[in-house]
Design a protein around this ligand. Structure first.
Ligand SMILES: Nc1ncnc2c1ncn2[C@@H]1O[C@H](COP(=O)(O)OP(=O)(O)O)[C@@H](O)[C@H]1O
Ligand SMILES: [Mg+2]
Length: 407
């Protein structure tokens, strides 16, 4: 009566195999039960609007692997959302009702049934027989139930895959959260240490400078003291970076011309670029760009990216700085030809203390990120390993420039 077939198909739902394997079994069982020579199951692919073959059973002739959304009998079933049953008097025929389908060649009876629910089509079951068959009401009902069960399998599979993706994301987030907690603790610890170290360091630096002034340049001690002064300056820079990163100073926002801030930042590096054979290309926007910014802070954010770019181009290169307006955003693009960074490391570059440079603090980019975020902006990075990196800072335009649409 067909119950056995349905029972076997239902058993497959607990079957721990791929969807394709389950479909192969369903195709075989359905063709057998309903007396067809061939059963093909097609899945509807929403991304590229095609029906693709998922499983075949029985006769292999005239099996089409894929139908476009306007091709073959599948397209008729897609449009009408109901079972199509046709009899092909001449098996050499590939036309039915002006629809061309090479899949029907060599068969006299063809039944195509939709795999669907109330709102979506998920595919079709395509049955073919070399003889003339008529599908009795009972068999039609069985076919409908089979289609329903296939729809259930497909939906479960979609949900399962979605769940798996969410689970992976959740795991990643959990790992990142663990990392963030560690970084926060590390940040607090470094802030405390930086505060403790700063004052004694300033007095060591001050005293050493005074001593240096007292010594004659020819005395052997002069070199020692000079070294102390130099190292203290380096340490002071690190301490300032840490304090800058950890403290939350209030920003003073005013309407500023973006190009002037960028120009000011580049100016500070022109000399060093010249000395290092780095060509500086400025491609500033034709139209003025106005942003609400703390100019001093924004300059620091840009400085950090420019310094990194220069450091990456030891043997020379090109530093391109472009500004432009797009929609509600002001953009600054800073591009270098320093070879970029290994792809597996790119995810770390904004993490505090991540550095691949000898003597680096790993605080330049975190500081930049923090400043840009406090300006309600974003930073995007395009890393072309072997070529270079492009950092793009996006900042909201002032109200007047964005037509009052500022976020
Ligand atoms: N333009 C760049 N080219 C290649 N690598 C870069 C570039 N900018 C940043 N990086 C990578 O990001 C890391 C972190 O940068 P940053 O936070 O400024 O710290 P630091 O410069 O002290 O290392 C660098 O050590 C480097 O590995
Ligand atoms: Mg840096």
């Amino acid at each position: 009566m067909g119950y056995e077939l349905l029972g076997k198909i239902i058993e497959l739902s607990a079957y721990n195999r791929s969807l394709e394997e389950r479909f192969r079994k369903v195709a075989r069982l359905t063709a057998q039960e309903l007396g067809f020579d061939s059963c093909i199951i097609y899945g509807w692919n929403r991304e590229d609007n095609t029906f693709t073959k998922l499983a075949t059973s029985g006769a292999r002739k005239s099996v089409i692997n894929m139908y476009g959304h306007k091709e073959g009998l599948c397209s008729w079933v897609k449009r009408n959302r109901k079972t199509l049953q046709i009899h092909n008097p001449d098996p050499r025929n590939i036309l039915w009702n002006q629809i061309e389908d090479r899949g029907i060649k060599g068969f006299k009876t063809i039944v195509v049934s939709p795999i669907k629910d109330e709102s979506h089509l998920y595919g079709v079951i395509y049955l073919k027989a070399g003889d003339r068959l008529s599908l009795a009401e009972r068999k039609k009902n069985i076919l409908n139930v089979v289609a329903r069960l296939l729809c259930f399998f497909i939906k479960c599979d979609i949900d399962y895959k979605r769940l798996k993706r969410t689970y992976t994301k959740l795991k990643e987030m959990q790992a990142r959260l663990g990392n963030a907690e560690k970084l926060m603790a590390l940040g607090e610890l470094s802030a405390t240490l930086a505060h403790e170290i700063k004052n004694p360091l300033v007095s060591i630096g001050g005293l050493a400078t005074r001593l240096q002034k007292k010594l004659s340049k020819d005395s052997p001690e002069y070199i020692y003291v000079e070294h102390i002064v130099k190292e203290v300056t380096k340490l002071e820079d690190i301490i300032n970076d840490i304090l800058h990163f950890t403290e939350d100073r209030t920003l003073k926002f005013t309407a500023e011309k973006l190009d002037s801030i960028v120009e000011e930042a580049i100016k500070g590096f022109e000399d060093i670029c010249r000395r290092n054979s780095i060509k500086v290309e400025k491609l500033f926007s034709q139209e003025p760009i106005s942003v609400i910014a703390d100019a001093g802070q924004l300059k620091i954010a840009l400085d950090n990216i420019i310094i990194n770019a220069i450091q990456s181009m030891e043997g020379g290169g090109t530093l391109s700085i472009t500004t432009y307006r797009r929609r509600r955003w002001a953009h600054v693009e800073i591009k270098d030809t320093g070879g970029g960074i290994e792809p597996h490391l790119i995810g770390n570059i904004f993490n505090p203390f991540f550095t691949t440079r000898k003597g680096g603090t790993g605080l330049g980019l975190p500081i930049t990120h923090k400043i840009v975020t406090r300006h309600k902006g974003h930073i995007d990075v395009a890393n072309e390993y072997g070529k270079g990196i492009t950092f793009t800072i996006r900042l909201p335009l002032t109200d007047s420039q964005s037509g009052g649409e500022m976020k």
